[in-house]
Design a protein around this ligand. Structure first.
Ligand code: ARG
Length: 461
């Protein structure tokens, strides 16, 4: 414990080796290096513009920073734990390259506003990427929907057969969820797009800096109004994790449906070999690992949201080292959401086949047309509640006789109520049942076509 560290002469000796490891964030914040370099270039330019350093010094700093970028990209810059974090690692290397000029870079800023800038630049880029992934996910769903407007699938409430649906309508529900996710991320972007650079350690700086200028160079829309808030705010990160969690909720619900659909009990889809796995002992098995993993990974994203909320809740102003704990969860959430969106997009585009024969028979062999019998009577003037009760009795006796509604003879129908005519058979066929639900946003084929067209034009924007 004799070697000196980055710290000022106030410190006599280096950190205990175990504490150095405990304290260091370089193992994960190296992920931010590109943004750290970009942020530093902007800071150096601002220092020159305001006359705090010379133009020549700023140019040297920029060249030094770009050299580090090249070294990093070529795998030649691998700072260890002794660098503590990415910010110190870069500054140390810069001083090795430039000598005393390198030591001028940190004028008028602190690692507190620096790390805040880095994480915002990182999230801005990643939010845009995730939005692109969402668009691809939506367009694959849209494609599937377009090809399956007249494919029918049982619709459920309480996981009990309810009313048959257009498969496209079912898929389009997820397009809508993803649309809200896309919009929500756009909203998060607004509050991520604010620059804390120049807030200093907590109170601003004595140098005549130009925060608007560095913010503009970095593509930020505005700057934090209050320096304490600027260095300690992580609302945008929590908002991002909320948005990420909701994306995972939607992916997880779709996953759950696909897992059910792939089971022998449902048998609505088959998994293609490219997206399914086998068992090490049961040769007959083909497992839906992709949706299962997505469902499972949802838990870790929720965990990151919860963790950051708890990290923040007791923090006094302004920066506290607790904030170093924000990064790993954010990085992991970004990677998890992108990985899950990509895997689900592949699964939907080439990993599943809808079993049309099975779907056709599924919708034809249940009582999910019972509402339509009641509606039929109601259109002929029978009050709906009375019709509903009559049909309930019919379902009960049919079940006892092992019959479906379509198996009743016209005499049987007319015994139930004289209003029944031979058009009842057409009225309760699955296709009619679905296409008749032509109310706005319903599953009727005409409505589904409108929904697909609307979503397509939305996606073009
Ligand atoms: N590694 C630190 C973090 O991730 C950087 C900021 C450190 N600031 C400080 N005052 N110790 O939060």
């Amino acid at each position: 414990m004799t070697k000196k560290t980055t710290w000022s002469d106030r410190f006599e000796s280096a950190l205990h080796p175990a504490i150095a490891i405990f304290n260091a964030s370089i193992g994960f914040d190296i992920e931010l290096i590109e943004y750290d370099l970009t942020g530093s270039v902007a800071h150096a330019k601002m220092l020159a513009k305001t006359g705090i350093i010379s133009e020549e010094e700023a140019q040297q700093l920029e060249q030094g920073l770009e050299k580090i970028r090249q070294e990093y990209r070529q795998g030649e810059f691998n700072p260890g734990v002794d660098a503590e974090d990415v910010h110190f690692a870069v500054e140390r290397r810069l001083t090795e390259i430039l000598g005393d000029v390198g030591k001028k870079l940190h004028t008028g800023r602190s690692r507190n506003d620096q790390v805040g800038t880095d994480i915002r630049l990182y999230l801005k880029a990643e939010i845009n990427e995730i939005r692109t992934y969402l668009r691809e996910f939506q367009s694959v769903l849209l494609n599937l929907a377009e090809n399956n407007i007249e494919t029918l699938i049982p619709g459920y409430t309480h996981l009990q057969r309810a009313q048959p649906l257009s498969l496209a309508h079912h898929l389009m529900a997820y397009v809508q969820m993803a649309q809200r996710d896309w919009e929500r991320l756009g909203d998060v972007l607004k509050r991520t797009n604010i620059s804390p650079l120049g807030c200093g350690a907590l109170a601003g700086t004595t140098f005549p800096i130009d925060r608007h200028y560095s913010a503009e160079l970095l593509g930020f829309e505005s700057i934090y109004e209050n320096s304490l808030d600027g260095v300690s705010d992580r609302d945008f990160a929590i908002e991002f994790l909320c948005a990420a969690s909701l994306i995972m909720v939607h992916l997880s619900r779709l996953s759950e449906e696909m897992i059910l659909w792939a089971s022998e009990e449902f048998n609505f889809i088959s998994l293609k070999d490219s997206c399914a796995t086998g068992s090490s002992i049961m040769p007959q098995k083909k497992n839906p690992d992709v949706p299962e993993l997505v469902r499972g990974k949802t838990g870790r994203v929720f965990g990151h949201l919860q963790a950051l909320l708890v990290i923040m809740k007791g923090l006094p102003l302004a920066y506290n080292k607790d904030l170093q704990e924000d990064k790993e969860g954010i990085f992991d959430a970004v990677k998890t959401v992108k990985g899950c969106l990509e895997a689900m997009t592949i699964l939907l585009s080439e990993g599943i086949i809808f079993n049309q024969t099975r779907l056709n028979s599924a919708v034809a062999e249940d009582f999910s047309n019972a509402t339509d019998v009641a509606d039929y009577l109601a259109t002929k003037g029978v009050p709906f509640r009375e019709a509903y009760n009559l049909v309930g009795k019919v379902v009960k006796t049919s079940l006892a006789q092992g019959k479906l509604l379509k198996d009743l003879t016209i005499e049987e129908w007319q015994q139930i109520h004289p209003a029944f005519a031979t058009d009842i058979y057409e009225a309760i066929s699955p296709k009619t049942v679905v296409s008749a639900r032509n109310s706005y946003g319903g599953t009727g084929f005409e409505q589904v076509k409108i929904a697909i067209a609307n979503a397509k034009s939305e996606l073009k924007q």
